[in-house]
Design a protein around this ligand. Structure first.
Ligand code: ATP
Length: 260
């Protein structure tokens, strides 16, 4: 599904990514976990073809970047990140914002086909947002907006869904609601790559984890093998314990402050 081979990215004097290789196979859903500034978003931008590596190769959904039209690849990729939400119209009804995803528009300037409206309403219903479907997008809470953004991605039926910290800024209640929707993606035929700093967001949907530290891959593989106390302490530079509950890992900070 995604093959990253020996990726390095240099910007001026600093090496932002340093020889990162990752193989994400069909049927796997990956989390990329790491501290602030470790290179996670940079890695996602390479997967979506917005950034090209100084060295190495990127293959996504069978397309080898550099030998294909990345705009074609992007049609098969859904993306949820901080930048897009700011560009959408706050005054348009929620269902219409969702419907724009079918065409990758920011806004409609022509009549919207009934079938697309029906699809948008169905997706909002799936996410328990039916009651808000005709409200202006700008009146939604942050959590509701993020769920609407997920619906907007899904209307295009992507093969790959890339999410950059979709739960950032959500309170516990809204985050759990959003995570429940993300976990439900296993009912759909879509592969997910998810960036976060927070271990407890690794819901059962996710099968594999890549740990990034200072632009290098610090570990990658099935989540139970990667989310060990030792590897997490190494990634986050803080003494921790990991406990698994209901298929999710939870972190406890061990006494001893922020140094190991
Ligand atoms: N165009 C650029 N020029 C120079 N440095 C850059 C550039 N883009 C990113 N960086 C640096 O590369 C590093 C990795 O950035 P990136 O946004 O990928 O990290 P991240 O892991 O996603 O961080 P966060 O979790 O805080 O969003 C950071 O130190 C950042 O300052």
């Amino acid at each position: 599904m995604i093959s990253l081979q020996h990726l390095s990215l240099r910007r001026e004097q600093s090496l932002i990514l340093d020889d990162v290789s990752l193989e994400m196979k069909q049927g796997e859903n990956w989390v990329i976990l790491g501290r602030n500034g470790s290179g996670k978003t940079t890695l996602l931008e390479m997967m979506t073809g917005y950034l090209f590596p100084s060295k190495g190769s990127v293959e996504v959904l069978g397309y080898k970047f550099g030998q294909c039209d990345v705009r074609e690849v992007r049609k098969e990729i859904g993306y949820i990140g901080p930048s897009l939400m700011e560009k959408l119209s706050l005054s348009d009804p929620v269902w219409e914002v969702v419907a724009t995803g079918a065409y990758a528009y920011l806004r409609f300037y022509q009549a919207i086909p009934q079938s697309v409206q029906d699809q948008a309403l169905k997706l909002l219903d799936d996410m328990n947002l039916s009651e808000l479907a005709y409200h202006p997008f700008g009146t939604l809470s942050q959590g509701e907006r993020k769920k609407a953004m997920l619906a907007r991605c899904l209307i295009a039926e992507p093969k790959l869904l890339i999410m950059d910290e979709p739960c950032a800024g959500l309170d516990l209640y809204e985050r759990e609601k959003m995570l429940a929707e993300i976990d439900k993606l296993k009912q759909r035929n879509v592969a997910v790559v998810y960036v976060t700093h927070h271990v407890e967001e690794i819901v059962p949907l996710f099968t594999h984890v890549a740990l990034i530290r200072d632009g290098k891959l610090a570990g990658a593989g099935p989540k139970e093998e990667v989310l060990t106390r030792e590897m997490l302490m190494d990634t986050f530079d803080i003494p921790v314990d990991v406990e698994w509950d209901s298929g999710r890992p939870w972190i406890k900070i061990r006494p001893g402050g922020t140094s190991i």
